[in-house]
Design a protein around this ligand. Sequence first.
Ligand code: PBG
Length: 333
Amino acid sequence: MLGAFPQTRPRRLRQAPFIRELVRETRVTAGNLVQPLFVAEGALAGPIAAMPGCARLTLAELADAARRLVDLGIPAVALFPVIPQALKSERGEESLNPDGLVPRAIAAIKAAAPGLGVIVDIALDPYTSHGHDGLLSADGAVDNDATVEVLRKQSLAYARAGADVVAPSDMMDGRIGEIRRVLERDGLHNVLILSYAAKYASAFYGPFRDAVGSSANLGKAGKQTYQMDPANTDEALREVALDIAEGADMVMVKPGMPYLDIIQRVKAEFGVPVAAYQVSGEYSMMKAAAAQGMLDERAVLMESLTCLHRGGADIIFTYYAAQAAAWLRESAR
Ligand code: PBG
Protein backbone atom coordinates (compact mmCIF):
# COMPACT_ATOMS: atom_id res chain seq x y z
CA MET A 1 0.00 0.00 0.00
CA LEU A 2 1.04 3.60 -0.49
CA GLY A 3 2.23 5.41 2.57
CA ALA A 4 0.77 8.81 3.32
CA PHE A 5 2.47 12.08 2.47
CA PRO A 6 5.36 12.81 3.00
CA GLN A 7 6.52 9.15 2.96
CA THR A 8 5.00 9.06 -0.48
CA ARG A 9 5.72 11.95 -2.79
CA PRO A 10 4.72 10.85 -6.31
CA ARG A 11 6.72 13.74 -7.75
CA ARG A 12 10.00 12.05 -6.68
CA LEU A 13 9.49 9.69 -9.63
CA ARG A 14 9.10 12.60 -12.05
CA GLN A 15 11.90 14.88 -10.92
CA ALA A 16 14.44 14.26 -13.69
CA PRO A 17 14.76 12.56 -17.07
CA PHE A 18 16.76 9.60 -15.69
CA ILE A 19 14.03 8.52 -13.31
CA ARG A 20 11.19 9.24 -15.71
CA GLU A 21 12.97 7.03 -18.21
CA LEU A 22 13.36 4.20 -15.69
CA VAL A 23 9.74 4.15 -14.54
CA ARG A 24 8.06 4.69 -17.90
CA GLU A 25 5.40 1.99 -18.29
CA THR A 26 4.76 2.12 -22.03
CA ARG A 27 7.03 2.65 -24.99
CA VAL A 28 5.85 2.88 -28.52
CA THR A 29 8.50 1.88 -31.06
CA ALA A 30 8.76 1.82 -34.83
CA GLY A 31 8.09 -1.90 -34.47
CA ASN A 32 4.51 -1.17 -33.42
CA LEU A 33 3.70 0.88 -36.49
CA VAL A 34 2.11 0.13 -39.85
CA GLN A 35 2.40 2.64 -42.69
CA PRO A 36 -0.73 2.87 -44.86
CA LEU A 37 0.21 3.66 -48.46
CA PHE A 38 -1.97 4.79 -51.34
CA VAL A 39 -1.01 3.52 -54.76
CA ALA A 40 -2.12 4.83 -58.15
CA GLU A 41 -0.97 5.12 -61.74
CA GLY A 42 -0.72 7.91 -64.26
CA ALA A 43 -2.61 11.10 -63.61
CA LEU A 44 -4.16 9.68 -60.43
CA ALA A 45 -0.78 9.63 -58.68
CA GLY A 46 0.27 12.70 -56.72
CA PRO A 47 -0.44 14.65 -53.54
CA ILE A 48 -3.67 14.24 -51.58
CA ALA A 49 -5.21 17.63 -50.83
CA ALA A 50 -7.16 16.49 -47.76
CA MET A 51 -4.09 14.78 -46.26
CA PRO A 52 -1.09 17.14 -46.49
CA GLY A 53 2.15 15.18 -46.65
CA CYS A 54 0.48 12.05 -48.07
CA ALA A 55 0.44 11.11 -51.72
CA ARG A 56 -0.90 8.49 -54.08
CA LEU A 57 2.34 6.73 -55.00
CA THR A 58 3.28 5.23 -58.33
CA LEU A 59 4.66 1.69 -58.33
CA ALA A 60 8.23 3.06 -58.61
CA GLU A 61 7.65 5.43 -55.69
CA LEU A 62 6.12 2.56 -53.74
CA ALA A 63 9.31 0.55 -54.13
CA ASP A 64 11.39 3.49 -52.84
CA ALA A 65 9.03 3.99 -49.92
CA ALA A 66 9.26 0.29 -49.06
CA ARG A 67 13.05 0.42 -48.86
CA ARG A 68 12.97 3.55 -46.72
CA LEU A 69 10.41 2.04 -44.33
CA VAL A 70 12.62 -1.01 -43.80
CA ASP A 71 15.51 1.32 -42.94
CA LEU A 72 13.27 3.07 -40.44
CA GLY A 73 12.32 -0.21 -38.74
CA ILE A 74 8.66 -0.22 -39.80
CA PRO A 75 7.55 -3.88 -40.01
CA ALA A 76 4.65 -3.58 -42.44
CA VAL A 77 2.64 -1.48 -44.85
CA ALA A 78 -1.09 -1.44 -45.59
CA LEU A 79 -1.97 -0.96 -49.23
CA PHE A 80 -4.86 1.09 -50.57
CA PRO A 81 -5.39 1.23 -54.33
CA VAL A 82 -6.80 4.18 -56.22
CA ILE A 83 -8.08 3.10 -59.61
CA PRO A 84 -9.51 5.10 -62.51
CA GLN A 85 -13.24 5.74 -62.55
CA ALA A 86 -13.41 3.78 -65.81
CA LEU A 87 -12.36 0.59 -64.00
CA LYS A 88 -15.01 0.99 -61.31
CA SER A 89 -18.27 -0.87 -61.74
CA GLU A 90 -21.51 -1.75 -60.05
CA ARG A 91 -20.08 -5.12 -58.93
CA GLY A 92 -16.44 -4.10 -58.53
CA GLU A 93 -15.03 -6.84 -60.76
CA GLU A 94 -11.63 -5.14 -60.95
CA SER A 95 -11.08 -6.24 -57.33
CA LEU A 96 -10.49 -9.79 -58.62
CA ASN A 97 -8.10 -8.94 -61.46
CA PRO A 98 -4.90 -10.98 -60.87
CA ASP A 99 -2.99 -8.33 -62.83
CA GLY A 100 -4.76 -5.44 -61.09
CA LEU A 101 -3.08 -2.63 -59.22
CA VAL A 102 -2.91 -4.40 -55.85
CA PRO A 103 -1.22 -7.60 -57.13
CA ARG A 104 1.29 -5.46 -59.04
CA ALA A 105 1.88 -3.29 -55.98
CA ILE A 106 2.52 -6.38 -53.85
CA ALA A 107 5.06 -7.58 -56.41
CA ALA A 108 6.77 -4.17 -56.50
CA ILE A 109 7.10 -4.09 -52.71
CA LYS A 110 8.29 -7.68 -52.43
CA ALA A 111 10.92 -7.05 -55.10
CA ALA A 112 12.19 -3.91 -53.36
CA ALA A 113 11.90 -5.02 -49.74
CA PRO A 114 11.26 -8.76 -49.39
CA GLY A 115 11.08 -8.67 -45.59
CA LEU A 116 8.51 -5.89 -45.34
CA GLY A 117 5.08 -7.25 -44.37
CA VAL A 118 2.33 -6.46 -46.85
CA ILE A 119 -1.18 -6.00 -45.50
CA VAL A 120 -3.94 -5.64 -48.08
CA ASP A 121 -7.36 -4.16 -47.54
CA ILE A 122 -10.23 -6.49 -48.37
CA ALA A 123 -13.33 -4.49 -49.34
CA LEU A 124 -14.92 -3.35 -52.55
CA ASP A 125 -15.12 0.42 -52.08
CA PRO A 126 -12.07 1.25 -54.25
CA TYR A 127 -13.70 -0.72 -57.07
CA THR A 128 -17.42 0.03 -56.94
CA SER A 129 -19.08 2.81 -58.91
CA HIS A 130 -21.37 3.47 -55.91
CA GLY A 131 -18.52 3.63 -53.37
CA HIS A 132 -19.91 1.00 -50.99
CA ASP A 133 -17.73 -1.74 -49.52
CA GLY A 134 -20.06 -4.40 -50.88
CA LEU A 135 -22.50 -5.36 -53.62
CA LEU A 136 -25.94 -3.83 -53.77
CA SER A 137 -29.11 -5.89 -54.09
CA ALA A 138 -32.06 -4.77 -56.21
CA ASP A 139 -33.47 -2.63 -53.39
CA GLY A 140 -30.16 -0.77 -53.01
CA ALA A 141 -29.17 -2.42 -49.73
CA VAL A 142 -25.69 -3.86 -49.29
CA ASP A 143 -26.10 -7.60 -49.81
CA ASN A 144 -24.11 -9.37 -47.10
CA ASP A 145 -23.80 -12.91 -48.45
CA ALA A 146 -23.19 -11.93 -52.07
CA THR A 147 -20.49 -9.54 -50.89
CA VAL A 148 -18.81 -12.24 -48.78
CA GLU A 149 -18.56 -14.38 -51.92
CA VAL A 150 -16.55 -11.66 -53.64
CA LEU A 151 -14.44 -10.84 -50.58
CA ARG A 152 -13.49 -14.52 -50.37
CA LYS A 153 -12.26 -14.41 -53.97
CA GLN A 154 -10.52 -11.08 -53.46
CA SER A 155 -8.69 -12.46 -50.42
CA LEU A 156 -7.58 -15.52 -52.35
CA ALA A 157 -6.40 -13.43 -55.31
CA TYR A 158 -4.30 -11.11 -53.12
CA ALA A 159 -2.96 -13.95 -50.95
CA ARG A 160 -1.87 -15.78 -54.10
CA ALA A 161 -0.24 -12.54 -55.25
CA GLY A 162 1.93 -12.63 -52.13
CA ALA A 163 0.11 -10.60 -49.50
CA ASP A 164 1.20 -11.60 -46.00
CA VAL A 165 -1.92 -10.32 -44.26
CA VAL A 166 -5.44 -9.88 -45.57
CA ALA A 167 -7.38 -7.22 -43.68
CA PRO A 168 -11.12 -7.23 -44.37
CA SER A 169 -12.37 -3.72 -43.64
CA ASP A 170 -15.90 -4.18 -44.93
CA MET A 171 -17.80 -5.29 -41.79
CA MET A 172 -19.89 -7.96 -43.54
CA ASP A 173 -21.11 -10.77 -41.27
CA GLY A 174 -19.38 -14.13 -41.60
CA ARG A 175 -16.60 -13.05 -43.93
CA ILE A 176 -13.70 -14.06 -41.68
CA GLY A 177 -14.80 -17.68 -41.59
CA GLU A 178 -15.28 -17.82 -45.35
CA ILE A 179 -11.90 -16.21 -45.98
CA ARG A 180 -10.14 -18.53 -43.53
CA ARG A 181 -11.72 -21.59 -45.17
CA VAL A 182 -10.73 -20.59 -48.69
CA LEU A 183 -7.15 -19.82 -47.63
CA GLU A 184 -6.84 -23.20 -45.89
CA ARG A 185 -8.29 -24.99 -48.90
CA ASP A 186 -5.70 -23.32 -51.11
CA GLY A 187 -2.83 -24.32 -48.82
CA LEU A 188 -2.27 -20.71 -47.73
CA HIS A 189 -2.07 -21.66 -44.05
CA ASN A 190 0.32 -18.89 -43.12
CA VAL A 191 -1.62 -16.00 -44.54
CA LEU A 192 -2.69 -13.90 -41.57
CA ILE A 193 -6.11 -12.35 -41.15
CA LEU A 194 -6.31 -8.98 -39.47
CA SER A 195 -9.99 -8.34 -39.08
CA TYR A 196 -11.35 -4.82 -38.93
CA ALA A 197 -13.62 -6.29 -36.27
CA ALA A 198 -14.87 -3.14 -34.55
CA LYS A 199 -15.03 -0.61 -37.32
CA TYR A 200 -17.30 2.31 -36.65
CA ALA A 201 -19.36 4.40 -39.07
CA SER A 202 -17.13 7.39 -38.51
CA ALA A 203 -16.97 10.88 -39.96
CA PHE A 204 -13.23 10.69 -39.35
CA TYR A 205 -12.83 8.71 -42.61
CA GLY A 206 -13.61 11.78 -44.70
CA PRO A 207 -10.10 12.57 -45.96
CA PHE A 208 -9.45 8.90 -46.84
CA ARG A 209 -12.53 8.77 -49.02
CA ASP A 210 -11.21 11.82 -50.85
CA ALA A 211 -7.82 10.15 -51.20
CA VAL A 212 -9.25 7.01 -52.83
CA GLY A 213 -11.93 8.88 -54.73
CA SER A 214 -14.87 7.03 -53.18
CA SER A 215 -16.55 10.01 -51.50
CA ALA A 216 -18.03 11.46 -54.69
CA ASN A 217 -19.32 8.03 -55.66
CA LEU A 218 -20.76 7.41 -52.22
CA GLY A 219 -22.47 10.82 -52.27
CA LYS A 220 -24.75 11.27 -49.28
CA ALA A 221 -25.04 7.54 -48.65
CA GLY A 222 -23.49 6.39 -45.38
CA LYS A 223 -22.14 3.03 -44.29
CA GLN A 224 -24.30 2.77 -41.15
CA THR A 225 -25.95 -0.48 -42.24
CA TYR A 226 -22.63 -2.29 -41.93
CA GLN A 227 -20.20 -0.15 -39.92
CA MET A 228 -20.90 0.17 -36.19
CA ASP A 229 -22.76 2.88 -34.32
CA PRO A 230 -20.20 5.05 -32.47
CA ALA A 231 -22.45 4.88 -29.41
CA ASN A 232 -21.92 1.14 -28.90
CA THR A 233 -19.37 -0.82 -26.87
CA ASP A 234 -20.81 -4.26 -26.03
CA GLU A 235 -21.49 -4.76 -29.72
CA ALA A 236 -17.78 -4.32 -30.43
CA LEU A 237 -17.00 -7.19 -28.09
CA ARG A 238 -19.52 -9.40 -29.87
CA GLU A 239 -17.99 -8.52 -33.24
CA VAL A 240 -14.51 -9.32 -31.97
CA ALA A 241 -15.62 -12.62 -30.41
CA LEU A 242 -17.18 -13.72 -33.69
CA ASP A 243 -14.13 -12.80 -35.77
CA ILE A 244 -11.74 -14.62 -33.43
CA ALA A 245 -13.99 -17.69 -33.49
CA GLU A 246 -14.06 -17.54 -37.30
CA GLY A 247 -10.27 -17.49 -37.56
CA ALA A 248 -8.93 -13.95 -37.27
CA ASP A 249 -5.35 -13.79 -35.98
CA MET A 250 -5.55 -10.13 -35.02
CA VAL A 251 -8.38 -7.66 -34.60
CA MET A 252 -8.65 -3.98 -35.34
CA VAL A 253 -10.50 -1.16 -33.64
CA LYS A 254 -11.07 1.84 -35.88
CA PRO A 255 -10.83 4.86 -35.59
CA GLY A 256 -8.16 5.18 -32.91
CA MET A 257 -8.05 7.93 -30.33
CA PRO A 258 -11.79 8.60 -29.87
CA TYR A 259 -12.23 4.83 -29.37
CA LEU A 260 -9.61 4.15 -26.69
CA ASP A 261 -12.22 2.62 -24.41
CA ILE A 262 -13.04 0.03 -27.06
CA ILE A 263 -9.36 -0.77 -27.61
CA GLN A 264 -8.87 -1.24 -23.89
CA ARG A 265 -11.91 -3.49 -23.44
CA VAL A 266 -11.04 -5.63 -26.45
CA LYS A 267 -7.46 -6.10 -25.22
CA ALA A 268 -8.57 -6.88 -21.68
CA GLU A 269 -11.31 -9.34 -22.66
CA PHE A 270 -9.58 -11.27 -25.42
CA GLY A 271 -5.83 -10.87 -25.01
CA VAL A 272 -5.26 -11.24 -28.75
CA PRO A 273 -3.09 -8.90 -30.82
CA VAL A 274 -5.05 -5.68 -31.19
CA ALA A 275 -4.53 -3.06 -33.88
CA ALA A 276 -5.76 0.51 -33.74
CA TYR A 277 -6.13 2.66 -36.84
CA GLN A 278 -5.28 6.32 -36.39
CA VAL A 279 -7.45 7.25 -39.34
CA SER A 280 -7.26 9.93 -41.96
CA GLY A 281 -9.38 12.44 -40.02
CA GLU A 282 -7.14 12.11 -36.98
CA TYR A 283 -4.12 12.66 -39.23
CA SER A 284 -5.59 15.67 -40.99
CA MET A 285 -6.66 17.28 -37.71
CA MET A 286 -3.11 17.12 -36.38
CA LYS A 287 -1.68 18.35 -39.68
CA ALA A 288 -4.08 21.27 -39.90
CA ALA A 289 -3.58 22.36 -36.30
CA ALA A 290 0.19 22.10 -36.68
CA ALA A 291 0.17 24.07 -39.93
CA GLN A 292 -1.65 26.87 -38.16
CA GLY A 293 0.80 26.85 -35.28
CA MET A 294 -1.91 25.71 -32.87
CA LEU A 295 -0.26 22.46 -31.82
CA ASP A 296 3.27 21.10 -31.65
CA GLU A 297 3.03 18.40 -34.31
CA ARG A 298 5.79 16.15 -33.04
CA ALA A 299 4.73 16.28 -29.40
CA VAL A 300 1.07 15.73 -30.16
CA LEU A 301 1.77 12.87 -32.54
CA MET A 302 4.07 11.03 -30.15
CA GLU A 303 1.58 11.50 -27.33
CA SER A 304 -1.26 10.16 -29.44
CA LEU A 305 0.73 7.06 -30.41
CA THR A 306 1.85 6.44 -26.84
CA CYS A 307 -1.76 6.70 -25.67
CA LEU A 308 -2.99 4.25 -28.30
CA HIS A 309 -0.29 1.81 -27.22
CA ARG A 310 -0.97 2.33 -23.52
CA GLY A 311 -4.66 1.78 -24.19
CA GLY A 312 -3.95 -1.71 -25.53
CA ALA A 313 -3.00 -1.39 -29.19
CA ASP A 314 -0.05 -3.61 -30.06
CA ILE A 315 -0.19 -2.45 -33.65
CA ILE A 316 -0.91 1.11 -34.75
CA PHE A 317 -1.81 2.05 -38.31
CA THR A 318 -0.83 5.67 -38.80
CA TYR A 319 -0.14 7.86 -41.82
CA TYR A 320 2.63 9.31 -39.64
CA ALA A 321 4.45 5.96 -39.33
CA ALA A 322 7.60 6.92 -41.24
CA GLN A 323 7.74 10.35 -39.62
CA ALA A 324 7.20 8.88 -36.15
CA ALA A 325 9.95 6.30 -36.71
CA ALA A 326 12.35 9.03 -37.83
CA TRP A 327 11.52 11.13 -34.76
CA LEU A 328 11.85 8.12 -32.45
CA ARG A 329 15.27 7.40 -33.91
CA GLU A 330 16.29 11.03 -33.47
CA SER A 331 15.25 11.15 -29.81
CA ALA A 332 17.10 7.88 -29.12
CA ARG A 333 20.38 9.52 -30.13
C1 PBG B 1 -12.73 1.13 -46.71
C2 PBG B 1 -11.74 1.70 -45.80
C3 PBG B 1 -11.88 2.94 -45.20
C4 PBG B 1 -10.74 3.16 -44.46
C5 PBG B 1 -9.91 2.04 -44.60
N1 PBG B 1 -10.56 1.12 -45.43
C6 PBG B 1 -12.92 3.98 -45.35
C7 PBG B 1 -14.32 3.65 -45.17
O1 PBG B 1 -14.69 2.70 -44.49
O2 PBG B 1 -15.11 4.37 -45.76
C8 PBG B 1 -10.51 4.42 -43.67
C9 PBG B 1 -9.16 4.81 -43.40
C10 PBG B 1 -8.98 6.20 -42.95
O3 PBG B 1 -9.90 7.02 -42.82
O4 PBG B 1 -7.81 6.52 -42.71
N2 PBG B 1 -12.93 -0.20 -46.77
